[in-house]
Design a protein around this ligand. Structure first.
Ligand SMILES: Nc1ncnc2c1ncn2[C@@H]1O[C@H](COP(=O)(O)OP(=O)(O)OP(=O)(O)O)[C@@H](O)[C@H]1O
Ligand SMILES: [Mg+2]
Length: 225
């Protein structure tokens, strides 16, 4: 489903280039649940943004369902993201002047769902991540960090993406709520065959995924099956 071959990613910085990823290669099958672990600055978010076509590699290829997403035009990347990807950002990226409910409904609108069905689906998704009805009407600034994180997760699931990319989706959650979210993702991979890649610092979560990738200074250190 997803084949990464020899990717490198460098950023221009004031003191020269910073290479965030060095010669990374791996394959992920459809429906696999993969975790990425590694120290701060090891390249986890960079790798996730390349898989989600939010950025392009400096070299190498990323083939998703027979298409090399590294070679897509900006418009094609947008279409790829809309049709295939559910992205949970490390800093949520919710729209501040929309309520939790409206944030999820907007994603559904982009996904082409008719207006009448959006409200019902958004309410259902937010209940699934444990947000109560009253909380669903609040703007992000009036929600706790963990509640915002769960809105971001509901938004990522909204259009039933075939690939979910989540950057520390349980980083701000207590262990019980984190387990609920993990179970939800696990259920999607098992029942809907959704491919899931999560960045996590929580080794108890990483230990329960199908595979764990460890990044060390931009290099894939170990590849556990
Ligand atoms: N846009 C950018 N411009 C320059 N350097 C960048 C850019 N984005 C990331 N980097 C650098 O690339 C390296 C990897 O960053 P990345 O954000 O992928 O780390 P991370 O593993 O997600 O860390 P954390 O656990 O702190 O979120 C770091 O050295 C970072 O400073
Ligand atoms: Mg990061």
């Amino acid at each position: 489903m997803l084949q990464v071959t020899n990717i490198e990613k460098s950023f221009a910085a004031s003191h020269g280039n910073v290479t965030a990823l060095h010669d990374i290669s791996f394959t992920i099958d459809s429906g696999q649940f993969v975790s990425i672990v590694g120290k701060s600055g090891s390249g986890k978010s960079t790798l996730l943004s390349l898989l989600g076509a939010l950025d392009t590699p400096t070299s190498g290829s990323i083939v998703v369902d027979d298409v090399d997403i590294a070679k897509l035009s900006a418009d094609q990347q947008t279409t790829y993201r809309a049709e295939k990807i559910g992205f949970v950002f490390q800093h949520y990226n919710l729209i501040p002047n929309l309520s939790a409910l409206e944030n999820v409904m907007l994603a559904l609108e982009y996904g082409g769902m008719p207006g009448r069905e959006r409200l019902e689906r958004a309410v259902e998704l937010l209940h699934e991540v444990g947000l109560e009805s009253e909380e669903q009407l609040r703007r992000p600034a009036r929600l706790s960090g963990g509640q915002q994180q769960r809105v971001a997760i509901a938004r990522a699931l909204a259009n039933r993406p075939s690939l979910i990319l989540a950057d520390e989706p349980t980083g701000n959650l207590d262990s019980e709520t984190g387990k609920t979210i993990f179970d939800l993702l696990h259920k999607l991979s098992r029942d809907e065959h959704t491919t899931i890649v999560v960045v996590t610092h929580d080794l108890s979560i990483a230990g329960k995924t199908d595979r764990t990738f460890t990044l060390k200074d931009g290099t894939l250190a170990t590849l556990k099956r």
